[in-house]
Ligand binder design. Structure first.
Ligand SMILES: NC(=O)c1ccc[n+]([C@@H]2O[C@H](COP(=O)([O-])OP(=O)(O)OC[C@H]3O[C@@H](n4cnc5c(N)ncnc54)[C@H](OP(=O)(O)O)[C@@H]3O)[C@@H](O)[C@H]2O)c1
Length: 273
């Protein structure tokens, strides 16, 4: 049971029957769907999250930067589940686009209940080989864009709202050299999450961060040159799937997670064990 007043939370319903609302949105049992914005939803973890959230009662806006076609496929998958979806091009490296996309999502879908900060880039290499431009890009996409999306989303979220950020297992345990910049960026998100949890908690909004281990995506394919070593670092001895991360994100987005905030969640096959 939850003490949260969260009358619009349809995350427990398997209702996928679609009736068109003001924005063509599917309606849940409470008459209004929950709405999620997933950054970087065109591929990998973000795409799996968008589909998973659709299955658990959310209409979904996703962002992409280059993958228009892939984003449209995700939109199609969500709509086939009876939920509404839009794909918004918004370059997370651009501060204006990173922030404005929240308002665009609200304009398209009517409200915002869940922000999933997922878009990210991995730039790895020995610290002396990483340029100031590398640092600017990684911090812009992985950190500044997340801050700006939260900044825009917080006034829009109501009681039961959720902020879920995708960090990395490397912010908990660095398995070897080459991760200075990427790990620095993902570590910053832990601080942001904790501080945000304190700010938005009184309004019944939660903020949490998930730390994926090696996950089979375009960013880190399970048949890539460094894959065997990464799999060996986990307790389970294998890569995870994007869906395995998405299921944790969907839990954190749900009413079931109403007393969970300011917390870090590894979904890493035991990488941090
Ligand atoms: N895969 C792993 O092993 C792993 C492990 C730990 C953490 N993570 C984190 O998980 C998140 C998702 O990673 P993934 O493996 O799913 O990556 P991915 O397969 O490379 O997908 C990245 C997604 O982010 C989008 N994106 C990239 N740069 C963007 C930008 N500047 N503006 C807007 N969107 C942008 C991409 O859009 P386009 O299609 O338009 O390019 C795509 O939708 C990242 O934050 C990553 O750091 C991944």
């Amino acid at each position: 049971m939850t003490s949260e007043t969260n009358t619009n939370d349809t995350s427990d319903t398997s209702d996928t029957s679609s009736t068109n609302g003001a924005h063509g949105a599917a309606e849940g049992a409470g008459g209004e769907s929950r709405v999620a914005l997933v950054t970087g939803g065109s591929r990998g973890i973000g795409a799996a999250t968008a589909v998973r959230l659709a299955r658990t009662g959310h209409d979904v806006a996703i962002t992409y930067v280059n993958g228009k076609e892939a984003a449209e496929e995700v939109v199609g998958a969500v709509r086939r589940l009876g939920r509404w979806a839009v794909a918004l091009r918004a370059d997370a490296a651009d501060p204006r686009e990173a922030e404005e996309v929240v308002e665009r999502a609200v304009a398209e879908l009517g409200r915002l209940d869940v922000l999933v900060n997922n878009a990210g880039v991995g730039v790895l290499g020995p610290v002396e080989t990483l340029s100031p431009e590398d640092a600017d890009r990684v911090l812009a996409v992985n950190v500044r864009a997340v801050f700006l999306a939260c900044r825009a989303a917080v006034p829009r979220l109501g009681r039961g709202g959720r902020i879920i950020t995708v960090g990395s297992c490397m912010a908990q345990r660095v398995p070897g050299p080459g991760g200075a910049l990427y790990t620095m960026s993902k570590s910053a998100l832990i601080g942001l999450t904790r501080a945000l949890a304190r700010e938005v908690g009184p309004r019944g909004i939660t903020a949490n961060i998930v730390h994926p281990g090696p996950i089979d995506t375009d960013m880190n394919p399970a048949d890539g040159p460094f894959a065997a070593g990464q799999a060996a670092m986990t307790a389970l001895g294998r890569y995870g799937t994007a869906e395995e991360v998405a299921s944790l994100i969907a839990y954190l987005a749900s009413a079931d997670a109403s007393y969970v905030t300011g917390a870090e969640f590894p979904v890493d096959g035991g990488h941090a064990a």
